[in-house]
Design a protein around this ligand. Structure first.
Ligand code: OKP
Ligand code: ZN
Length: 336
């Protein structure tokens, strides 16, 4: 299987995130990339392809131009400068003054745990480019591909970053692929992909199915409920299956296969995009679904059985020591 990845993605380095008033180590570590690459290298038969930078137009199909300019302007930050938003204009009556870095970064952000530095833009574009090149390859050959996207994408909306995400990699390639066929995104990250949901919420262009930890108790707290089924043309093109933390792998597989059945009844897609979050893994520091390395192989096999043109995008997965072998096990199952 071809792997799409650029070393530019390593240049986004954030050390800390704020949670409950304290600084903790940032979960989206650069070491996540090394863990995955190491596992591929050990197995041997994965070919790594460096993506070309995607066309700017691919970004504007999803994101607002003022938001893109804002992200781009983070390049002007000083070398060791970190912008962590902490004031958010939540009151809709507040006039939206021209936002700029750093004081008004909260204009384009929805959580206080995701920061910007001078290489964030280049890394995020490289990550989206990995997804885009993978999509081109799958479109051209029909072969399944994997993009090692980091930073991840599923929390980013058309005009907001958050949850370690800046550009919505899945949405960008969904927009591109939908020109040549029907598209379904299946998001199995531990967290609900609020960004992806919001981008396609009022449209039947792309079906979004997410299985995730219940937002009553887990991030992002405000979205991911079963009652969110889409609006306008998008009604019944959005499916959320929330599960309580510590659900067993058995319950997880049952809910997942049920959800896939339901989604496929609404739409048989030509293209399947997986928002593959490995924070469902046993021992993940922020995910609690206990999916083992053997379960990941089984999971990969289930998706292979759907027999669609598939692009697999890395989302979360924060247990650096096990992440790579879990990803490889999934891809192994997919190819078996
Ligand atoms: C990004 B992705 C833990 C707080 C974690 C942010 C979670 C972002 C998840 N104390 N908050 O993997 O969906
Ligand atoms: Zn996650």
């Amino acid at each position: 299987m071809k792997i799409f990845y650029s070393s530019l993605q390593k240049k986004h380095v954030i050390k800390k995130e704020v949670y409950n008033g304290k600084a903790h180590p940032y979960n989206d570590k650069v070491g996540r990339i090394d863990s995955i690459l190491k596992a591929f290298k050990q197995v041997g038969h994965y070919e790594i392809i460096v993506p070309e930078i995607l066309p700017y137009d691919a970004l504007t199909t999803v994101h607002d131009e003022d938001y893109l300019h804002f992200l781009e302007s983070s390049q002007n930050l000083k070398n060791d400068e970190i912008i962590c938003p902490y004031v958010f204009p939540c009151d809709s009556r507040i006039p939206r003054h021209e936002p700029f870095i750093p004081k008004r970064a909260g204009y384009y952000c929805f959580d206080a745990g995701t920061s910007l530095m001078n290489n964030t833009w280049n890394a995020a574009v490289a990550s989206a480019s990995a997804a885009y090149s993978a999509a081109l390859h799958t479109k051209k050959t029909g072969e399944a591909t994997y993009a090692l996207c980091r930073p991840p994408g599923h929390h980013a909306s058309k005009n907001m970053f958050g949850g370690y995400c800046y550009l919505n990699n899945a949405a960008i390639i969904a927009k591109y692929l939908s020109k040549s066929g029907s598209v379904m995104i299946v998001d199995f990250d531990y967290h609900h992909g609020n960004g992806t949901q919001s981008i396609f919420y009022d449209s039947s262009e792309v079906f979004y199915f997410s299985i995730h930890a219940h937002p009553l108790v887990e991030y992002p707290y405000f979205t991911g409920f079963e009652t969110e089924i889409g609006i306008d043309d998008g009604v019944s093109y959005n499916l959320n299956v929330p599960l309580m933390p510590l659900s067993s792998p058995n319950e997880y597989f049952k809910a997942l296969l049920n959800g896939i059945n339901k989604a496929f009844k609404a739409m048989e897609p030509d293209y399947l995009i997986l928002s593959a979050g490995f924070d469902i893994e046993a021992g993940d520091p922020i995910g609690h679904f206990n999916i083992s390395i053997a379960d990941f192989q089984k999971l990969g096999r289930e998706f292979r059985k759907l027999n669609k043109k598939t692009i697999i995008l890395q989302e979360g997965g924060y247990l650096v020591s096990e992440l790579g072998t879990n990803v490889e096990s999934f891809l192994n199952g997919f190819q078996a």
